[in-house]
Ligand binder design. Structure first.
Ligand code: AMP
Ligand code: MN
Ligand code: MN
Ligand code: MN
Length: 286
């Protein structure tokens, strides 16, 4: 945890009820304001439905809202999340792409429900949908339902036993390719940033290969400071960013209070010499 740091003024990765966060966009922006953060990006998984509500509240509280999205994609069978910042949410190429992912999510939810049924757990798909605060259904909603129904002690156990890669109710991901996702973000005038690079558990060599391809496909940066990253990740990722000429972003990946996740804005500053992604995008932060 990074609580020894003063609250960062900028936090460019968080979720609302429009994906698997637990707060409405309005309440999330209020919490950002209360935390003392001045610039936020709402980056819900695979949809932008929360952005308009967030924009209204951000304007009221003088919070600078960066329109964002976190796109689920794939690189060599590895699920990779790409944060798109400064996007135009009205862009047709982006929205067309996101609707394909949302359709895959609907299909996958039925599959997860079927696999849980095989494991002796009924009605999970309907249950997970009821836990979701919007059209987007994800594994977090299944996890919360499994906990509520007493099948698992907590979300971690739900992922470890049923929902995680290789587990009983795991549906092999069939997300779109990483270059395609980057293409949609760029088409919408956004900046593509590799989300939480430490979470993929890649060796240094593999991570460098991933980032090289990410950059070749038009991606511009990586989250050098992200929520709940391991000690030493910030320095290592800062080095990679400098060596590869990529920009750095900072984001908590906040999903709601009462989670193990990092609190809003509890992030260290970018290491020296790492160009901030907001500078690269030519955005003036007031
Ligand atoms: P999905 O995009 O539907 O495949 O679900 C991925 C989401 O599940 C991530 O964005 C996290 O919010 C959540 N998640 C992944 N692993 C865990 C875990 N071990 N415990 C709790 N939540 C998790
Ligand atoms: Mn999530
Ligand atoms: Mn993610
Ligand atoms: Mn996220």
């Amino acid at each position: 945890m990074s609580h020894q740091y003063p609250v960062s003024l900028i936090d460019l990765h968080m979720h609302s009820l429009a994906s698997d966060g637990t707060m409405t966009p309005t309440d999330l922006v209020r919490r950002v304001h209360a935390a003392g953060v001045r610039v936020m990006a709402l980056t819900d998984h695979d949809n932008t439905a929360g952005l308009e509500e967030a924009r209204v509240q951000a304007t009221a509280l003088d919070i600078q809202l960066v329109p964002g999205v976190e796109v689920s994609s794939e690189w060599n069978t590895q699920g990779i999340h790409i944060v798109g910042l400064f996007i135009d949410p009205e862009n047709n190429i982006l929205q067309g792409g996101l609707s394909r992912i949302m359709a895959f999510r609907d299909w996958r939810a039925l599959e997860i429900g079927r696999l849980l049924e095989d494991a002796g757990i009924s009605d999970a798909e309907a249950g997970a949908r009821a836990m979701a605060g919007s059209r987007m259904v994800g594994r977090s909603h299944f996890a919360r339902w499994l906990v509520r129904e007493g099948h698992c002690a907590d979300a971690n156990e739900a992922f470890g036993k049923y929902l995680g890669r290789g587990c009983k109710a795991y549906v092999p991901s069939d997300w779109i390719s990483m270059p395609e996702a980057i293409g949609w973000i760029n088409a919408a005038g956004g900046s593509a940033v590799l989300a939480h690079p430490g979470r993929y558990k890649l060796s240094g060599t593999r991570l460098r290969a991933l980032l090289t391809e990410f950059r070749e496909a038009g991606g511009i940066g990586l989250e050098v400071c992200s929520g709940s990253q391991a000690a030493g990740d910030r320095e290592h990722l800062g080095c990679l960013a400098r060596q590869l000429g990529m920009a750095g972003s900072v984001g908590s990946d906040f999903h709601g209070p009462n989670f193990g996740h990092t609190a809003i804005g509890h992030l260290p500053p970018l290491p020296d010499g790492v160009e901030p992604v907001w500078d690269r995008a030519g955005i003036h932060l007031h």
